[in-house]
Unconditional design. Structure first.
Length: 390
């Protein structure tokens, strides 16, 4: 899989070269600082429209995920305006920022549970559903809802031995414990169980040739059956990971009702690296050559991500010649502090040159700036918003 993920710079050059050129122009003109992700809003809009159309055709629901792109309110508004109306917020701060920007919330709390005193705030954000991992959290939501004189729809995150769970993302109701939990859930006056969720539902196969369902799908469907047989009306089977125009039909056929596109917004799911899909690349990372030695070229850091698996960068000071110089990247390790990125020496470059990368990222865990840009296709790039990280 990791070899697949190394292809995004090549993919961006092929399918959105103007984005790379724009990154060079903006940096060399001093309009963006080094350590800035540049997001092509026009391409994001097209990607959103493709997915919204596929969802409508398949009677499928979508919540967009913004954390990969920096959980920026202005970007959330843009996505909502172009066809995916509600967001999924995986943790409280994302929910708060999106709500303050006027972005409707679909699902809150799937990966990171809000704290016990944060539920009243979450419920005032008026999410369609919130996800809970255990009966204690369900009780907290119920109490908060009662205090607000409302009833909150909730999803249960359900897991079983053998499911795929990423490190650091453990938690959920054990499938074989649901029968004992259901009577307690029924007695909670402030919540209504309407669905189940798990992550990830889809992963690249071992050959890196396509996506396959994880065992989590079976767990979700079994949980749905248990809940329905006990009297709950289940309207949402939420199955995130790699949601895109390509996967929406297969998710629908498998019994999933809701997906949560994140990387597909910028054309950077693993599948996009190996197939020509409707979503195009829409994000690059732009930084600057800081210094050199005989072995390496060092670029200013802040936005590198250990799982990004960067191939390297195009380096230069001119947008029209940027593709002439590619320097191979050196991978980072868990001991690495992101002060600088390293490139192998190759063609001559100069201090102050622009370095442009493209890789799968999680902007919200970096200290990178984010520039939202329009007008690339008319060769009149305009920075709509620059989110500076302190």
């Amino acid at each position: 899989m990791w070899e697949v993920l190394r292809l995004f710079l090549t993919l961006t050059k092929k399918r959105n070269p103007e984005l790379i050129k724009t990154g060079v122009k903006l940096h060399q003109a001093g309009e963006i600082p080094p350590n800035t992700y540049v997001i092509d809003l026009d391409t994001v809009a097209d990607n959103v429209k493709h997915m919204a159309r596929a969802a409508e055709e398949n009677e499928f629901s979508l919540y967009f995920m913004s954390k990969q792109l920096g959980r920026i309110g202005e970007l959330g508004q843009w996505i909502a305006e172009h066809g995916i109306k509600k967001a999924v917020a995986v943790e409280f701060e994302e929910a708060r920022r999106l709500h303050e920007a006027g972005v409707p919330l679909g699902n809150v709390g799937h990966l990171v549970q809000p704290g016990k005193h944060q539920w009243p705030d979450v419920l005032t954000f008026d999410p369609e559903v919130v996800t809970v991992f255990n009966i204690e959290r369900a009780k907290q939501v119920s109490d908060a809802a009662i205090g607000l004189r409302k009833k909150q729809d909730i999803l249960l995150r359900v897991i079983e031995n053998g499911d795929t769970i990423y490190p650091g993302q453990w938690g959920g109701f054990q499938l074989d414990e649901l029968d004992d939990i259901i009577p307690i859930l029924k007695k909670l006056p402030g919540v209504n169980v309407v669905g189940v969720t798990s992550f990830p539902l889809l992963l690249m196969d071992n050959e890196g040739e396509g996506l396959t369902f994880t065992k989590n799908l079976e767990t979700l469907l079994n949980a749905k059956e248990k809940l329905e047989s006990s009297g709950f009306t289940i309207t949402q089977v939420n199955g995130p990971s790699a949601t895109s125009t390509e996967t929406i039909p297969m998710l629908k056929r498998a019994g999933i009702t809701h997906g949560e596109p994140g990387h597909a917004l910028t054309g950077t799911t693993p599948l996009h690296a190996i197939r020509s899909l409707p979503e195009n690349p829409a994000i690059i990372y732009v930084t600057e050559v800081s210094h050199q030695d005989y072995e390496h070229v060092y670029v200013l850091g802040g936005g590198f991500y250990e799982r990004g698996n960067t191939t390297g960068a195009y380096v230069g000071d001119n947008a029209e010649t940027i593709f002439q110089t590619f320097l191979k990247g050196k991978p980072t390790t868990s001991e690495y502090i992101d002060y600088y990125g390293r490139l192998e020496q190759g063609a001559p470059v100069s201090v102050g040159d622009t370095a442009v990368y493209a890789f799968r990222t999680q902007v919200f865990v970096t200290r990178a700036n984010v520039a939202l840009v329009r007008g690339l296709r008319s060769n009149k790039p305009e920075i709509v918003h620059l989110e500076r990280r302190g």
